[in-house]
Design a protein around this ligand. Structure first.
Ligand code: DAK
Length: 259
């Protein structure tokens, strides 16, 4: 597929994906969702990819769903658009490798919802965060009401969702919306540094950690423990990555991960 909005490059196990429609502050339209679904499927098939970094070109990560595309939608089309976005963001959560959001600027509305679907978030000190949908007489349509309260708690979520106030990176860090803030010019380096850390770990272990955490959230604690025990066990045995990692430790050498 020829991508018009998404740029991507793959090196050393890291897929760097850049949303590139800076003239509209990377606002999310149907083409974006179709490209993202296609790219996620392609990256999932690529055994070289162990982690993905998602960022935006220009002064925005993403300034929201594309208002110009949404303005003329009727109720059915609005519901379809919501489902397309929700499905895409679920695919980010479900993809086998971790996805890091490198938030370079505005992360508003659907843009914050996209960042929240990523596994964790690093932000430039210049980044701005908000759910301004109520300014437009709307509510978030890409699961923002669900993810925000889970990430930052009910009161912080309702403050952002009802007031539409934009907050800066330090406040986002304080409430746990992002995990780290960097100087703007260091954001990509720091994101790649962390991506490199992840890419060097036991590949199956990294994938299974994501499965256990993500699937466990929808389970009882006991069922989550059962899931963890099952996947923990799957890393043992002859020629397993667990065996290699532990042997390498004992032999004081770096591990060599085989598929
Ligand atoms: N959509 C479309 N175009 C956008 C845009 C957006 N969300 N945000 C910015 N742009 C465009 C601007 O129209 C402008 O285009 P031109 O006029 O140059 O053609 C260009 O990007 C540059 O923007 P500005 O000139 O406004 O740049 P400034 O630096 O002055 O201001 C800003 C930056 C981020 C403060 C401002 O652009 C702004 O307030 N943008 C809108 C932010 C916003 O309200 N975002 C939330 C969008 S609503 C649902 C599904 C999804 C959603 C809801 C329901 N269902 C289906 C139920 C989600 C909704 C949203 O995300």
């Amino acid at each position: 597929m020829e991508y018009q909005i998404l740029k991507h490059e793959i090196a050393n196990g890291i897929a760097l994906v850049t949303i590139s429609r800076p003239q509209a502050l990377n606002a999310l339209n149907t083409l974006f969702f179709n490209e993202m679904n296609h790219l996620l499927a392609a990256l999932s098939q690529n055994k070289d990819v162990r982690v993905m970094v998602l960022t935006g070109e220009g002064k925005a990560f993403v300034a929201g769903a594309d208002i110009a595309e949404m303005v003329n939608k009727n109720e059915r089309e609005g519901t379809d658009f919501s489902r397309l976005g929700q499905h895409t963001f679920r695919s980010i959560e479900k993809v086998a490798f971790p996805v890091i959001a490198a938030i370079n600027g505005f992360a508003l509305g659907g843009g914050l919802e996209l960042a929240m679907a990523c596994d964790f978030r690093l932000a430039s000190a210049k980044a701005k965060f908000g759910q301004p949908e109520v300014n437009l007489g709307l509510i978030p349509g890409f699961a923002g009401t669900q993810r925000l309260s889970r990430l930052v708690g009910v009161a912080n979520a309702l403050y952002l969702l009802t007031s539409a106030e934009m907050i800066g990176a330090e406040d986002a860090l304080r409430i746990g919306l992002v995990q780290k803030v960097t100087e703007p010019e260091l954001l990509l380096d720091e994101s790649m540094r962390i991506a490199n850390l992840i890419a060097a770990k036991g590949p199956k272990a990294v994938q299974l950690v994501k499965v256990c955490v993500r699937q466990g959230l929808g389970m009882s604690f006991d069922d989550g423990n059962e899931l963890e025990a099952k996947h923990f066990g799957s890393l043992f045995g002859p020629n397993s990555q667990g065996e290699e990692g532990m042997k390498a430790f004992m032999e004081k050498r770096p591990p060599v991960w085989q598929d």
